[in-house]
Design a protein around this ligand. Structure first.
Ligand code: ADP
Ligand code: ZN
Ligand code: ZN
Length: 731
């Protein structure tokens, strides 16, 4: 048999099929082959009777790498779809489907010795055969009799090795090696599952989804409308029918919560997939899904590649979230991938959000997704009241601080009542920049075109683009003055200010700086849930999903922050963020309030967000998109040129731009095309330039293929050229 193999080398020159000979392999298996005189891992992506090459010169596959077939048929089809759709190297896609450390054999199953009784006799009979003074042996036998097979390390610690050795010699006990699964978040506290009786809206949603097992649905349910219970019920039904499910949540910080609920309900049938796990845990969870021990995969975007077969449902919670779009190689859109897999498996696709992406809601309005609405909170809890504060008025009144008078008042009331508050500011660090008041010097990163953020906690200036850290300046390196002005307030400073205002109140902070270890997210959220602190300050990490019944106040410190960005998605993102954050307030019996601070109180985005009026916002924004011809009425494509040498990037871009100009001349589907430097011209010592396109929404496939072809013809090795379709971030 001839096998088509993709070798595990990520380079454009070898991004094609190589033929090998072999017998008895499965398509999808990983194998060892000789490639360019080296033994290299590879993936079998096809088989055939004959090769187009001289068969006598074809090499034999050396051996299989696993004792199972690593990549299932439907994932193989997905890889083909993804490489064409997103113009990816085949191997880069295949690598997404297996735990990274399987490559190069860097992870193995964990074996442990297990001890069990080797005889069937009753306990008395066995004990009769042992000397009365062999206490340890007698105890060990009794232990095994009562507890069944146990790990050798456990019994040795208790009864000593010699007892085990003696009993083994007598043939009374035997040992064997067994696989022990490493379980992530073993320590999370599980309670008895709460299974709510579905309310009418939830029941309707479940019924609608289950009525069409291959349907594609958009569940639009306001914050606190009980979407989670809908997901759980759907999963329960699908799994009961012998099928499998995938549930995606946007952020790693949310997975422990989702995992807890799923485990409480479905126990070991749930496996967690995300990059924050240890190597062994990830491998074992993946294997449990692969061999059918677990039927429900939960995780962030990479869980969409879970090695499940017979999938009955794929659920994407908070479907609008930008983390579903991978913006580095391999670039892909998780929602498209989920839709493709659902179709392949004949599964239902359920996208859920309180603030669906404009594209999804538009698709639902036009019949491409089936819309399910849950417009009310559980038990008709009112949505929180949002009070907008005009910060320029506040400044004119002499308050230059970050907290408005109203927010201070609401905070005092909340603390007084023994409730909790969340303060949201999407800027980490102490302040956004450091500027010399005398000469105007601003501390900048050496590697990036970015100003440095002040981090008082560790007395550093940090670059938020490349992570470089510099000593905090005492004097200006330019004029030696020691007087600095600080930029806009960050989360660290908010905490300091709160501590000064309320020395007795405990404040927690959650942002990228306080959540660097695997378990820190969960710890902070748990501490807050347990009432160990009354105020939680955080970045967008605190915005989503969390359900804290005692939170009755949410403060949004800088509602404008992302609004005046040039990206066409900026308004949509701001609306989503504010609605999500506001939705954290008043989820239980006590009424919630939200204080939204802004310099543009009249902006329609903030007005709609304050009323939590998604449909109103959608109607307004979709009109703007239509008249300006932005997605979903067009497709935005960018080609990004990145390299260490500025001139090389510009030269490559210029040549390709010329070729593209010719294509544009006779292609009416290219509505707009222009070249420019990126907003961040340099990141991590690399220069960045771009060509932006606007393509008509229909008939783009052909144009895209032509754009890909131009990019493939790049001449300079040291310039990377990549194409992004509908990029979420144009920095
Ligand atoms: P969403 O995800 O839509 O924001 P959640 O799923 O977090 O909302 O539900 C909000 C709250 O309502 C949770 O505390 C949940 O336990 C509770 N809840 C959900 N369904 C029911 C129900 N049928 N009866 C009573 N309480 C419910
Ligand atoms: Zn200076
Ligand atoms: Zn930098």
């Amino acid at each position: 048999m001839i096998y088509s193999v993709i070798v595990d080398v990520s380079a454009s020159e070898v991004d094609r099929i190589f033929d090998y000979k072999g017998e008895g392999y499965k398509v999808g298996a990983r194998v060892l082959v000789n490639f360019a005189n080296r033994n290299t891992e590879g993936y079998i992506v096809g088989e055939k009777e004959t090769s187009d090459y001289d068969e006598s010169k074809l090499k034999q596959i050396i051996r299989p790498l696993d004792d199972f077939c690593a990549i299932s048929e439907d994932l193989l089809k997905l890889s083909d779809f993804m490489r064409k759709e997103y113009h990816l190297r085949w191997v880069d896609v295949l690598r997404l489907f297996i735990p990274a450390e399987m490559r190069g054999n860097r992870v193995r199953s964990l074996y442990r010795q297990q001890v069990r009784l080797a005889v069937q006799d009753s306990l008395d009979v066995i004990l009769d055969g042992l000397k009365p003074n062999a206490t340890a042996q007698r105890d060990l036998v009794t232990y095994l009799y009562l507890n069944g097979a146990s790990l050798a390390e456990t019994v040795n610690a208790e009864f000593g090795n010699s007892a085990l050795r003696a009993l083994k010699q007598k043939g009374i006990v035997e040992t064997q090696d067994i696989v022990v699964r490493r379980t992530p978040y073993k320590g999370i506290q599980l309670n008895a599952p709460v299974k709510h009786k579905l309310l009418e809206a939830q029941q309707k949603a479940v019924d609608a989804a289950l009525a069409d097992r291959t349907g594609k649905f958009l569940l639009h349910g306001v914050t606190g409308s009980g979407k989670t219970e809908v997901y759980m019920t759907v999963i329960e039904r699908i799994v009961a029918e012998g099928k499998t499910c995938i549930m995606l949540v946007p952020e790693i910080s949310l997975t422990p919560a989702a995992l807890k609920q799923l485990r409480e309900r479905f126990g070991d049938r749930v496996a967690l997939l995300h990059s924050g796990l240890s190597v062994g845990e990830r491998y074992d969870e993946w294997l449990r899904l692969k061999n059918g021990e677990a039927q429900i995969a939960v995780g962030a975007r990479s869980a969409v590649f879970a090695p499940l077969t017979n999938i009955g449902a794929i659920i994407v919670d908070e479907e609008h979230d930008s983390s579903y779009i991978s913006d580095f190689n391999p670039r892909y859109n998780t929602i498209d991938v989920a839709a493709f897999r659902a179709e392949q498996n004949g599964a239902l696709l359920l996208l859920g959000s309180a603030t669906p992406s404009l594209g999804s809601y538009y698709a639902a309005k036009h019949g491409k997704l089936k819309l399910i609405e849950m417009p009310e909170r559980i038990n008709k809890q009112p949505l929180p009241k949002v009070e907008i504060v005009d910060m320029s008025l506040e400044t004119r009144r002499g308050n230059k601080g970050i907290f408005s008078a109203l927010l201070k008042q609401r905070l005092a009331e909340t603390l007084e009542a023994g409730n909790q508050a969340m303060l949201f500011l999407n800027r980490r660090g102490y302040s956004s920049f450091l500027m010399c008041t005398k000469c105007g010097y601003v501390a900048e990163c050496k590697n990036c075109s970015a100003t440095l953020t002040v981090h008082r906690d560790d007395k550093l200036l940090k670059c938020h683009y490349c992570g470089a850290a510099y000593y905090l300046l005492d004097v200006c390196p330019n004029c030696h003055s020691a007087s600095f002005r600080q930029g806009r307030v960050g989360t660290q400073q908010v905490v300091d200010l709160l501590r000064a205002m309320y020395p007795d109140v405990k404040v927690l902070r959650m942002d990228a700086d306080t959540t660097q270890t695997k378990e820190s997210h969960g710890k902070i959220l748990q501490a807050f849930a347990d009432g160990e602190a009354q105020i939680l300050v955080g970045t967008q990490m605190i915005a989503k999903g969390h359900d804290f019944p005692k939170v009755t106040l949410v403060g949004i410190l800088d509602g404008d922050q992302s609004l005046h960005n040039e990206d066409y998605v900026a308004t949509e993102r701001t609306f989503q963020l504010i609605t999500q954050v506001a939705g954290r307030s008043g989820r239980d019996k006590d009424k919630g309030t939200v204080v939204l601070q802004t310099y543009t109180p009249k902006h329609y985005c903030l007005q709609y967000a304050a009323r939590q009026d998604y449909v109103g916002f959608y109607n307004y924004e979709i009109n703007i998109r239509q008249s300006a011809c932005f997605p979903p009425f067009s497709e935005i494509v960018r080609i990004l040129y990145v390299g260490e040498k500025k001139q090389d990037c510009i030269d490559e871009l210029t040549e390709q731009y010329a070729a593209l100009t010719e294509i544009k001349a006779n292609n009416p589907n290219i509505l707009f095309m222009d070249k420019m430097r990126c907003r961040m011209e340099r990141i991590e010592n690399k220069f960045r330039y771009q060509i932006l396109f606007k393509l008509s929404a229909e008939g783009t496939d052909d144009v895209i293929r032509q754009i890909y072809a131009v990019c493939d013809a790049k001449k300079r090795r040291d310039v990377s050229v990549s194409v992004e379709r509908n990029p979420q971030n144009l920095s």
